[in-house]
Design a protein around this ligand. Structure first.
Ligand SMILES: [Zn+2]
Length: 378
């Protein structure tokens, strides 16, 4: 089915007399959460919205490739079905009748999902993705099924149960009443290469289906970049798995969380320069982040830790040694400063189960204390 036919059929039944540009936007909002400012369409400089004429042309002649590409990986057939089923029963029934010339099995109860699939197909085709034959599709699902049995749990763990496709963020399982059902597929990153674990990613079913039709080298490169980060992270987790870390840090973090602005002590009481640990010319954002934490919290944190140590709530010497040992192991594995900062923060998180931001404050403190990162030698 072509977009112009799909559009006019939908407009005829559910637009409530809205004009073409208005209904076009409505229809897109049913299938994608990508907002109009992110559409790759020519914009009207005064309103910052897509030019009305452009939308009229799309409705008449089909979607442009650029526009379709800007939404193709963010489609939600589920949202479309829910939205269509919230319309009047009479309108849905008429749509089922209209659509029966394309698909005689269309009924009032299945029309929403049939139209969702049809809409997704139209957008994928407009985006230049290559439609598969039924046989190819079956082969692909069979392959994903086999790979799930072999590597599924590992790959889902690798992405922390989130779709690996950049910008998607969907969970790879649904939880209902205390039971968890995995909902995902396994995709080959480079389709020309063997289905080995370093060439596989876990994705939500929609991204998996879209990517299977996508022959672009750029998407493949993006996914290879993602995989590289995931592999490095997993390797770091393994490196640090057996390294102990003082549980007493939980109490310290609780105290950091309670600090109000008025409680903060003047950083000039014990000024710390971290420029000799992190070079801003190489790692600007890490430098700025750590500096902000250190300027804000260093003096207070020193106070908190010293008194926790006195009360025996934490063994400060032990924490210092552990921090240093963790840093050394990551450094030996040739991790970058950003990786080291993130991995140690995560280690603190896994021990304390406190929010990442507070764990980062702790790590920043130990950078200022010279336990993490060596001084840059002049
Ligand atoms: Zn996804």
């Amino acid at each position: 089915m072509e977009y112009k036919d799909f559009f006019s059929m939908m407009k005829n039944r559910i637009s409530d007399g809205a004009d073409v540009p208005y209904f076009f936007r409505d229809l897109m909002a049913m299938i994608t959460e990508v907002t109009e400012d992110e559409w790759d369409t020519p914009k009207d400089p005064s309103s910052k919205l897509t030019k009305e004429n452009t939308l009229r042309t799309y409705a008449k002649r089909g979607l442009s490739k650029k526009f379709a590409q800007s939404i193709v990986y963010k489609l939600s057939p589920k949202m479309f079905v829910e939205s269509l089923n919230s319309k009047s029963k009479a309108a849905v029934k008429l749509l089922a009748d209209d659509y029966s010339i394309y698909d005689p099995t269309a009924t009032i109860s299945n029309i929403a999902s049939k139209l969702a699939d049809c809409f997704v197909d139209i957008i994928r085709t407009a985006a230049g993705l290559i439609e598969q034959t039924e046989l190819e599709r079956q082969k692909l699902m069979r392959q994903s099924f086999d790979l799930k049995i072999k590597y599924g749990e590992y790959l889902r763990d690798e992405t922390s149960n989130i779709c690996a496709f950049p910008g998607c963020g969907k969970s790879l399982s649904v939880a209902d009443n205390g039971t968890v059902t995995p909902v995902y597929e396994v995709a080959l990153i480079d389709k020309g290469k063997a289905p080995k674990v370093d060439n596989l990613l876990a994705m939500c079913p929609i991204c998996h289906a879209t990517y299977s039709m996508d022959e672009s080298k750029k998407t493949c490169n993006d996914l290879q970049g993602i995989k590289k980060i995931l592999v490095a992270h997993k390797q770091s987790l393994r490196l640090l798995d057996d390294m102990p870390f003082e549980k007493g840090i939980v109490g310290v973090i609780a105290k950091i969380k309670n600090l109000k602005e008025k409680d903060l002590m003047d950083p000039s009481l014990d000024p710390k320069d971290i420029r000799d640990k992190i070079n801003p010319n190489i790692n600007l954002i890490l430098y700025r982040t750590v500096k902000a934490y250190v300027d804000t919290y260093y003096v207070n944190l020193k106070d908190i830790i010293t008194s926790a140590d006195k009360r025996g709530e934490i063994d400060y010497d032990e924490v210092q040694d552990q921090m240093k040992a963790i840093y050394k192991r990551l450094k030996k594995a040739k991790k970058t400063q950003v990786e080291i900062f993130n991995e140690i923060s995560e280690k603190v998180h896994s021990v304390s189960l406190q929010e990442d931001i507070f764990c980062q404050i702790v790590v920043a403190y130990f950078i200022a204390k010279c336990e993490v990162f060596d001084a840059v030698t002049e």
